[in-house]
Design a protein around this ligand. Structure first.
Ligand code: SAM
Ligand code: SF4
Length: 499
């Protein structure tokens, strides 16, 4: 072990607070009961009958959560006609709960130093060829200038490895720096209005600091819920090898006051059927114990990384057909939960995902540290965690979605008006959230098209807005006057107006 590794190991030892795991256990056990999940999978009919499937879909369409037993039934559907019915139901739920809106964001990698040695990740400590870097506050400002000033992003997910150099104080400072940047645009000022954080698990005390810095969603993926596989992927002695420290980080986050939490699985490490059931158990546990389920579910699929220990013949890699089924079942089982698909996936799959109930996608993504202000356009395998599948710019993505009748929302009003956590879930359940969100989506879409849209994208986006306004006139007459006033003020150059 070199001197740097010794310091990191000493730092790592005092991170895990056992009492902040034990307090959430029930009779000394966590909520992932492997035997139960395996038995539920085994008990599900191998070929579910159309009636069984349709009964479950009727429940989903009534916007009710599915039970793990019902999820196990859907997992076994392979009949093309029934899969088509699942697809139609998923889209219907998406339109009912979220309407034709899609939210975009950019991933922003700030530091790739990491003390862990995850078998699948290009940032793992054993990877000597990775170029390590933590951005300085000045470098962060340069990156945000491109993200908010040139591309027009309003939301980021900031990503950190686990290391003393990018610990909680750095995370807090970097978030403050990001929020402080203001860049002149065609008609106003570009700025980041919501910073979501993908970072390692923290203690309640550290999570309070991150909450005070204005976090949007706190996102941590369990990677795999299967304990034996988890132990194989995360070598003993590393901080990340503690399964339960990770499993309960969202309980701690909610206790620290963070309302919106994002869970996920890295699909491809273990059997996707088991992982999908566990995701459902996780969000339902949060709802039961902490009062509100996951705000978002992510389902990243393993992609090759430099010096990764998992090769192309690993037995659990997920094919496209199963991946589509995973997306459908998440939408059907957790109708209110946001679903995020990232640019790890190719554009064809992401376009399909739009019609399967996904609610958030990244665009113009660069995942090399300092990648946005770097003039080199090619992906750099020694600087990034993995290679991206969809390199469309935000302008292209918005145009493609507008062609399909979807409007891109840059709304961050909910978070800034306190419509988060349980409040937003209750609004979604009552159908009231759609009213605010649709109107704010139109306003922010107009703002983005005026500030950043290319002529080609504006030629498709502006007629779409006109059609949406006609719908508002028919459906929301009560707020029409105020909405129309805000809309014309935005067209005249005012910014950041929301209802
Ligand atoms: N270090 C933090 C952690 O591990 O929680 C957060 C950053 S990590 C870079 C973010 C996520 O990237 C991980 O949770 C993992 O799911 C995902 N990831 C890692 N390697 C990957 C790969 N080869 N393909 C796809 N996703 C990967
Ligand atoms: Fe580090 Fe996260 Fe990569 Fe694991 S997944 S090596 S913890 S950056």
């Amino acid at each position: 072990m070199n001197a740097e590794q010794q310091v990191s190991t000493a730092w790592g030892r005092q991170r895990i607070k056992r009492d902040q795991i034990d307090k959430y256990l029930a009779n000394g056990r966590d909520f992932i009961n492997e035997e139960l999940i395996h038995s539920q999978l085994a008990a599900a009919p191998g070929v579910p009958s159309p009636q069984q499937v349709r009964d479950i879909l009727a429940k989903s369409l009534a916007i009710q959560d599915l039970t793990p037993d019902e999820v196990a039934v859907l997992i076994n559907v392979n009949d093309p006609g029934l899969l088509e019915e699942m697809r139609a139901a998923a889209l219907a739920i998406k339109l009912k709960v979220y309407d034709n809106r899609i939210v975009t964001f950019a991933p922003f990698y700030l530091g790739n130093y990491c003390v862990n040695r995850c078998a699948y990740c290009g940032f793992n400590n054993d990877n000597c060829t990775a170029q390590r870097k933590v951005l300085s506050q000045e470098e962060i400002k340069r990156e945000v200038a491109v993200l908010a000033g040139d591309i027009g992003h309003k939301r980021l997910i900031v990503v950190y490895g686990e290391h003393p150099r990018n610990d909680v104080d750095y995370i807090v400072e970097s978030m403050q720096t990001i929020y402080s940047v203001r860049i002149p645009t065609r008609h106003g000022q570009g700025s980041i209005r919501r910073v979501n954080v993908n970072a390692p698990p923290f203690s309640i005390e550290d999570l309070k600091k991150i909450n005070d810095a204005g976090i949007g969603t706190y996102q941590v993926f369990q990677e795999t819920y299967h304990k034996e596989t988890y132990a194989r992927m995360h070598p003993q002695g590393t901080i990340k090898s503690d399964y339960q420290w990770r499993l309960y980080c969202m309980h701690r986050a909610m206790e620290a006051g963070i309302d919106d939490v994002g869970i996920g699985v890295l699909f491809g490490l273990y059997d996707w059927r088991f992982e999908l059931m566990s995701l459902i158990y996780h969000t339902q546990e949060l709802e039961k114990r902490m009062g509100v389920g996951a705000h978002t579910i992510s389902f990243p699929r393993l992609v090759p990384a430099l010096n990764s220990m998992i090769g192309p013949d690993w037995k659990y890699l997920v094919n496209d057909a199963d991946f589509r089924k995973i997306m459908l079942i998440i939408r059907l089982a957790a109708p209110y939960t946001g679903m995020i698909i990232t640019a790890r996936e190719k554009s064809e799959i992401r376009n399909e995902a739009l019609l399967m109930g996904v609610t958030q996608m990244d665009a113009s993504s660069r995942i090399a540290i300092g990648g946005y202000s770097d003039v080199v356009t090619a992906q750099a395998q020694d600087k990034q965690q993995f290679i991206l599948g969809d390199t469309r710019s935000l302008d292209e993505l918005i145009r493609d979605f507008a062609h399909r009748g979807f409007i891109t929302s840059f709304c961050t009003a909910g978070y800034r008006c306190g419509r988060t956590g349980k409040c937003i879930m209750d609004l979604l359940r009552s159908g009231a959230e759609g009213k605010f969100c649709k109107l704010n989506a139109i306003l922010t879409f107009q703002e983005w098209l005026d500030d950043f849209g290319s002529a080609e994208t504006r030629s498709i986006g502006l007629p779409l807005i006109e059609r949406e306004i006609e719908q508002v006139k028919a459906r929301n007459p009560k707020v029409l006057e105020l909405f129309m006033e805000y809309h014309s003020r935005i067209k005249n150059g005012e910014r950041d107006l929301f209802l």
